[in-house]
Ligand binder design. Structure first.
Ligand code: HEC
Length: 349
């Protein structure tokens, strides 16, 4: 605790020292280099603390990593309100030209980053064409987890699954002006092999076209997207969250939102927004309600707003608001439980 406070102060001092030097388009100053390196070191520390190298199917290690990254300020506070995420297909491709998905920090820290393991090796580059620093972290992907631990079946696309499995670095694109990560990617184009041996696995299940499904025990999957392991198991709102999402999901289907906002990206968006699971929708619910209220969504195939009929719109808004309010209650409960627990046990599960 004390150590992280002094780290915070040191960070602040560096930060203020660096501010006036920045001018858009110019090379970064010495101070900005120092800030970027300090940010990279701090994030690398969080990665290795919570997500050290383990077996590629080690469930307890994965759970520790999820809880840790979801709750750790070092990573979370460095993320923009929306961060772009995706694979780096070609290092020469600009971010602008890359197809990426928009994520809220909760989704990135709770569902995606924990799929990776870290050994602390990192490096920092400045990419002048982007005006961004690139913080690079050596990594390996946990490819042997149970299917429901992935946010969706990445293997719906063979190339995507292959790239996840071959990942050797995670890249955080860090903006010096605001000290925030704007985009995050994983890449197979790092210089070193992955930090542990990742034996290629075929697709863990046949992809049925369903982004959510029932397992043989009758449980809804992927359970990672039902806040499993992120919220405490005794959070009294968990059951309601699933039910209220299911009602919202029906409305999204009626509104044909799922003809665009799904991982297969039928509309070929370069900045995809995902709504197909409770966790994904939770990250977007504020924007979702606003877009529907303002008749900006849905759109037709040509990208033109194609407002819902009044009854469908009303029902979607009602069920969306209900989901948002259960989500609020669940989050408030978590905060209170954490505060109550902070004095006693450090394990927040
Ligand atoms: C024909 C495709 C299409 C359909 C159908 C569609 N959207 Fe979108 N939506 C987009 C595109 C394109 C964007 C811009 C971001 C992007 O490129 O993905 C977007 C953005 C959004 C955003 C985030 C940005 C913002 O405007 O706040 C939300 C939330 C959203 N859509 C919700 C919905 C909902 C809810 C529905 C159904 C009622 C819906 N969309 C139907 C294509 C679509």
């Amino acid at each position: 605790m004390a150590a992280s406070w002094t780290r915070g102060l040191a960070w602040l001092a560096l930060w203020f020292a660096g501010l006036p030097a920045w001018a858009a388009g110019s090379e970064p100053s010495t101070q900005q280099w120092a800030q970027a390196r300090a940010a990279a070191a701090e994030i690398a520390g969080a990665f290795t603390r919570h997500c050290p190298v383990a077996g590629t199917g080690d469930q307890p290690a994965f759970e520790q990593c999820r809880r840790g990254l979801f709750g750790d300020a070092a990573l979370r506070d460095s993320l923009d309100a929306i961060v772009l995420w995706g694979r780096q297909r070609d290092p020469a491709l600009s971010l602008q030209a890359s197809s990426l998905t928009q994520f809220a920090p909760d989704v990135l820290t709770g569902l995606y980053m924990p799929l990776f393991m870290f050994d602390g090796q990192h490096s920092v580059r400045y990419v002048a064409s982007e005006g961004l620093f690139q913080l690079r972290f050596a990594t390996a992907f946990r490819n042997r987890l149970a299917p429901g631990q992935f946010p969706y079946p990445f293997w719906h696309d063979a190339e995507k699954w292959a790239m996840y499995q071959g990942a050797n670095e995670v890249l955080l694109w860090w903006e010096p002006m605001r000290g925030r990560v704007k985009a995050a990617q994983f890449t197979v184009h790092g210089t070193q092999p992955p930090v542990t041996v990742v034996k290629r696995m075929p697709a863990p299940t046949d992809f049925s076209g369903q982004w959510m499904w029932m397992d043989a025990q009758g449980r809804t999957q992927p359970k990672a997207t039902l806040f499993d392991g992120l919220y405490r198991a005794d959070n009294p709102y968990l059951g309601q969250l699933e039910g209220s999402y299911k009602r919202l999901a029906l409305r999204l289907r009626q509104g044909e939102c799922d003809s665009c906002h799904v991982p297969s990206n039928p509309g070929k968006s370069k900045r995809l927004v995902l709504l197909q699971t409770p966790a994904h929708a939770a990250g977007e619910i504020g924007r979702l309600l606003k877009a529907v209220r303002e008749d900006r969504m849905p759109r037709d195939e040509t990208g033109i707003a194609n407002p819902l009929d009044a009854a469908t719109k009303k029902a979607l808004l009602e069920d969306g608001e209900a989901f948002a309010s259960v989500l609020d209650a669940a989050r408030r409960w978590e905060t209170q439980a954490r505060m109550a627990g902070a004095a006693g046990t450090p394990d927040l599960r």
